[in-house]
Ligand binder design. Structure first.
Ligand SMILES: [Zn+2]
Length: 411
């Protein structure tokens, strides 16, 4: 009380000295002002009272009218905090006497809140219940974040998502003693064990691969293959209703499929002809009177003339060492190594035609030899530019290489 009285006296003195220094005309009004200040001062004086400042660790947390009021607030705290250990975690406060205006004294609720705010061991927490059973408790923010993250964790970006827990999940917030809270790992394991159903309504662009069809043509030889229509993948926009349990799809229903780009299917042209020789060419070939250059039943055709590789002969697959016959009487003009042809025999026939036999394992004649139709001139091999045992057979007429197939009856 001693602090307040000198303060009021000082105010009045200041007012009076101000008046003394003012001009006489203003004096009357000034006196009225002093009277108001005096009334206000006396009112304040009557509203002052002894109170106590409450400190925790040196910080003033509240002003109480009595120690009893503090104890009432403490009792309130005990009711607010859901624990029997409140007394043990709340610090002993320090009280210091003060004189203050009545309105500066905190009410009991304010004091209780101040105690809670200034006690580290009391925290705002949330209890999690699953189907009404308490399963965990943690700091309010952390629990709420974890529950939200679990609930929305399976949402798919760009899809309309609705999520819900399969069980009833409720929370209750309040004040608790920190030691009554579960640690983060426990909270995480509890929350992450909650089953979540996520329903999605999503639209996805799906590439539709093109299919390939084969079109046969007798205008090309066997082995010829060409893409006549290039395949182009299409694009479908598929809208689906998807249901997931913990991120695993349990059902998916296509609601709508919209064709954005229709695929263009590929068409591959494949040759079926053994030769493209004209009837006239065939007639001329037959007239040459050649026999087949390999024994019956020992061969199969692996490549026809003109199959797209600029192939100027016919390839006849046969075992290594199979006998190769001269297709007609003639004179050997080549018998030996011949570059890419490997071991090779060329026979010149009476009408100026030549026949060529390539990739032999061995030649069985010499340049200058006269050979008879059917005579063994070489053995099948895979020498030179060759990938397997076969006879590469060519017919040469006036320096040109016609399709040899009709010459040896492959038409
Ligand atoms: Zn060949």
């Amino acid at each position: 009380m001693g602090d307040v009285i000198p303060l009021i006296i000082k105010s009045v003195k200041t007012a009076v000295s101000t008046i003394k220094n003012s001009s006489s005309r203003a004096k009357k009004g000034m006196f009225a002002g002093v009277a108001i200040i005096a009334i206000l001062a006396s009112l304040s004086f009557t509203n002052t009272r002894i109170a106590y400042k409450v400190s925790y660790k040196g910080n003033i947390i509240a002003t109480v009218s009595s120690k009893q009021q503090f104890n009432d607030a403490l009792a309130l705290v005990e009711n607010m905090v859901e624990s029997n250990d409140v007394q043990t975690v709340v610090d002993e406060p320090t009280f210091s006497t003060t004189i203050t205006l009545s309105e500066n004294i905190n009410n009991t609720d304010e004091i209780a809140n101040a105690i809670i705010d200034n006690t580290d061991a009391i925290v705002a927490a949330t209890t999690l219940f699953v189907d009404g059973q308490k399963v965990a408790r943690g700091e309010k923010d952390i629990v709420e974040q974890m529950v939200d993250a679990r609930l929305n964790g399976f949402n798919v970006e760009g899809a309309e998502c609705t999520s819900y827990f399969t069980k009833s999940i409720t929370t209750q917030s309040g004040y608790f003693v920190a030691s009554d809270l579960d640690d983060k790992a426990t909270l995480e394991s509890v929350v992450n064990s909650l089953d979540v159903v996520t329903k999605l309504y999503k639209t996805t662009d799906v590439i539709v691969p093109y299919t390939s069809t084969t079109q046969k043509t007798n205008e090309q030889v066997i082995g010829y293959s060409e893409v006549s229509v290039k395949g182009v993948s299409g694009l479908n926009r598929v809208t689906q209703d998807v249901v997931m349990l913990n991120g695993n799809v349990t059902s998916s229903v296509d609601v709508k499929t919209e064709v954005v780009i229709a695929p263009v299917n590929e068409v591959v042209l494949k040759g079926t002809a053994k030769t493209l020789a004209s009837a006239k060419e065939k007639q001329r070939a037959h007239a040459a009177g050649f026999i087949f250059p390999l024994p019956a039943g020992t061969w199969r055709v692996s490549s026809y003339y003109g199959d797209g590789r600029n192939h100027k002969g016919v390839d006849l697959c046969a075992k290594s060492g199979t006998q190769i016959f001269a297709v007609a009487d003639g004179k050997v003009v080549k018998a030996g190594w011949n570059g890419d042809y490997g071991y090779c025999v060329i026979i010149e026939h009476a009408n100026g035609m030549r026949t060529l036999y390539a990739h032999a394992k061995q030649v069985c004649c010499s340049v200058g030899d006269t050979v008879k139709q059917g005579e063994v001139i070489a053995l099948v091999g895979t020498t030179g530019q060759s990938t397997g045992n076969h006879l590469h057979f060519e017919v040469i007429v006036n320096g040109k290489k016609p399709d040899p197939a009709p010459y040896i009856g492959l038409d």
